[in-house]
Design a protein around this ligand. Structure first.
Ligand code: KG4
Ligand code: ZN
Length: 362
């Protein structure tokens, strides 16, 4: 008996058959739960998005996010179990994101996972969200075996990290952003162009109609061969926007005027081209320098078609990226990562804590 609760199974019990892990993800603005078999097959993948809640703020509002996670966590996990057609005794462990992310949001997932693991007698495995993004590549159907080392570019709303993966669980950080994350830049520029939130898909869509060469945004010079900087780019777009006059907020009497005058599509296309070029150049150079067999793209920005196309063209080696549903935050990637961690023997205690700025590698 632990804490007055009778576990259904003892922690060390080995169930015959495939390894099934329940993954839980609440690091930012998606409440997600998923069941994955053998680290590769998705039995269920449920995502309750808070995008509409945060859209009015133009970004994630942490306090609102934690409260929404509290409301959504139980129904999301229940749905993931039902859709996977599994019971608690079919699971081998519960894997949960412990960082990096918003502390208040992470706590909801970690506490839910602890409660369930304790109540059901299952091992608890704390997961690094960045490592989970990498493991989304193991969920690609029919993908060939991975031969290490691979170079991973993790590009999301919170991160832009260039990581050399030399084996399961073995990482070396080659570089990353020195200021804004790539996705953050997409979100901020979308706001400047009044394209709404989240900015990445909105910019990508607007860019379809624009000329990527209409504006030449000078590429940021940044120390370190494999580092990135995007805040100057955002300021350069702001300057262009300001040339078209102050924003018209659009009152009830008067329709907004500026958006129709502002060359939104050209600005979006030129901005996107600049971000893509920076990401592709440094990633390709790092892949070459470290003789990576392949390049893995992961994270929300890896949904961007211009990035995928440019990387595949320039890389000189195979480029893998996840299907769209696995680019942005989800729990299937947490469960996939949890499977490899489970096999490596990781078991966490009830003192597992959230770490808002958790790193993947030094
Ligand atoms: O991985 P993710 O869901 O959350 C974090 O861990 O941050 O990434 C969300 C980010 C947002 O900044 C969003 O604007 C960006 O990914 N994003 C995109 C696209 N789809 C999502 N950026 C560029 N192009 C896209 N198609
Ligand atoms: Zn993420």
């Amino acid at each position: 008996m632990i804490g007055g609760v009778e576990p259904e199974r003892s922690d060390g019990a080995k169930r015959a058959g495939p390894i099934r892990i329940l993954g839980i993800e609440t690091s930012c603005d998606e409440t997600a739960a998923a069941v994955v078999e053998n680290g590769r097959t998705i039995l269920s993948n449920v995502i309750a998005s808070q995008v509409e809640l945060h859209a009015r703020y133009g970004g994630v509002f942490p306090e609102v996010a934690s409260r929404a996670h509290i409301e959504a966590i139980v129904p999301t996990i229940t749905r993931a179990m039902n859709e996977a057609h599994v019971g608690w005794s079919d699971l081998d462990a519960i894997a949960v994101t412990r960082g990096p992310g918003l502390a208040g949001s992470l706590l909801v997932g970690v506490n839910a996972a602890k409660g369930l693991a304790l109540g059901r007698g299952l091992p608890l495995i704390g997961i690094n969200h960045l490592e989970a993004h990498i493991y989304s590549l193991w969920l690609v159907e029919g993908a060939p075996e991975v031969r290490f080392p691979v170079l991973c570019l993790i590009v999301s709303g919170g991160h832009t990290e260039l990581i050399l993966m030399t084996d399961h669980g073995q990482y070396r950080r080659l570089g990353g952003t020195v200021d804004d994350a790539a996705g953050e830049a997409f979100d901020k520029v979308a706001r400047l162009l009044r394209l709404g939130y989240p900015g990445g898909p909105a910019i990508e869509q607007a860019a379809q109609w624009g000329n990527p060469k209409a504006f030449h945004f000078t590429r940021a010079r940044v120390e370190g061969d494999f580092n990135f900087s995007f805040s100057g780019l955002k300021t350069a777009v702001l300057r262009e926007v300001q040339r078209y006059g102050p924003a018209d907020t659009g009152s009830a009497e008067r329709a907004p005027t500026r958006p129709s005058e502002l060359p939104v599509a050209d600005l979006a296309a030129s901005f996107q081209a600049a971000v893509v070029e920076a990401l592709v150049e440094k990633t390709a150079a790092a892949a070459e320098a470290y003789q990576a067999t392949e390049i893995f793209l992961a994270g929300g920005v890896s949904a961007n078609k211009a990035l995928r196309a440019a990387m595949s063209q320039r890389a000189g080696r195979p480029v893998r990226y996840p299907p769209l549903i696995l680019c942005t935050d989800n729990a299937a990637m947490v469960a996939a990562c949890g499977t490899f961690r489970f096999q490596a023997g990781q078991r966490d205690g009830w003192d597992l804590d959230v770490v808002a700025n958790l790193k993947l590698a030094a």
